[in-house]
Write a protein that binds this ligand. Structure first.
Ligand code: XMP
Length: 326
């Protein structure tokens, strides 16, 4: 196995040619490491796990078993994209688990943000473990660990935590991108032919929309959040902001205000836009969204999303506001 220190001589992967060379080298190494055995991967659809999946599919094909757990807190269309790209286009051995009801039932009535995070993280590991225990003959666990994970933590991603697997299950780790920085993972992803939108996806927290549906999550408010967020993303795509803004999303709080629709009183939740720029997420500044874009987004969200009757723009930099509301 590779060790965990990036050699000083290692060239930064910035071009397709360098990415292709990396891919060839990794395919040979992965084949040598894995042989004819089976590998398991938790595939979230995020950049890192997607690139690892695509690399492993190239190296060992259907010896890779991908498990995609839909916790019901994904953005609109994300689980569908995983199924389309990996299940159909790349013909991966993909197990799709729709665990929406399990997660939302456990979260019902839970207001406290850290408890929500713990429930989501804990349940994720449980669902993944259950799927893993049904499989036979798995020898390896693949992870989308990248170099900053090694530099900043103990090198194990929380949601792919090998420590969370059932006792007695002994897997050897496969971490083909662990010496790469995020920008390099993206170049490799494009060279592997993954869709641009998947490779350049903005950061998305593990607990997903769960920390943006503020307070106790309800299905109707979660639905409104998902739809409003999809409109924000579509309009950012339309005006080119999607390529330049670091992170942008909607949060929906659990209170209503009075409004008027079709001549009648209409009580609804506000949709709060957050759009920030940062290098490292430790501090962040606010994007100057043009007013015509803000008006268009407001118009669409208030007209198209049931339950929303106002749109607000959060102008708070970090510090003092964190990027997420919870
Ligand atoms: P904050 O809100 O702390 O966020 O300013 C900084 C960055 O981290 C992301 N974030 C999370 N990512 N699990 C994650 O994987 C979490 O619980 C979590 N909370 C925040 C956030 O989206 C931002 O990019």
């Amino acid at each position: 196995m590779q060790n965990n220190v990036r050699p000083e001589s290692m060239e930064r992967i910035t071009t397709k040619a360098l990415a292709d060379a990396f891919i060839e080298e990794q395919i040979a190494e992965l084949r040598a490491q894995i042989g004819d055995k089976k590998v398991l991967l938790a595939l979230s659809g995020g950049v890192d796990s997607s690139v690892v999946a695509a690399l492993l599919i190239k190296a060992v094909g259907r010896q890779l078993v991908c498990v995609h757990v839909n916790h019901g807190l994904m953005r609109k269309g994300e689980s569908e994209q995983v199924i389309e790209v990996f299940g159909k286009e790349l013909d991966a051995n993909l197990i799709y688990v729709d665990a929406t009801d399990r997660f939302l039932d456990l979260l019902a009535g839970v207001e406290e943000p850290e408890r929500k995070r713990k429930i989501i993280g804990g349940e994720f590991i449980k669902v993944f473990d259950e799927e893993a225990s049904k499989l036979e003959g798995i020898s390896f666990l693949a992870q989308g660990t990248i170099y900053p994970d090694i530099l900043e933590s103990d090198g194990v991603k929380a949601h792919h935590n090998v420590g969370g697997l059932p006792e007695g299950m002994q897997f050897e780790l496969v971490e083909p991108v662990k010496l790469l920085y995020k920008d390099e993972v993206r170049v490799v992803g494009e060279a592997l032919g993954l869709p641009h939108a998947m490779v350049y996806r903005q950061p998305f927290p593990g607990p997903g929309l769960g920390v943006r549906c503020l307070g106790a999550i309800t299905r109707d408010r979660l639905h409104a959040l998902r739809e409003a967020d999809a409109i924000l993303r579509a309009e950012f795509d339309n005006c080119g902001l999607a390529e330049s803004v670091w992170q942008y999303f909607i949060a929906v709080p659990d209170f209503k205000s009075v409004g008027v629709k079709d001549g009648k009183r209409y009580e609804g939740w506000p949709a709060i836009i957050r759009a920030v720029n940062t290098r490292d997420a430790m501090s962040a500044t606010i994007e100057e969204i043009p007013y015509d874009v803000l008006h268009k987004i407001t118009d669409r969200i208030t007209n198209e999303v049931p339950g929303i009757n106002r749109v607000l723009y959060d102008l708070t930099p970090k510090p003092i506001g964190t990027i997420e509301w919870e």
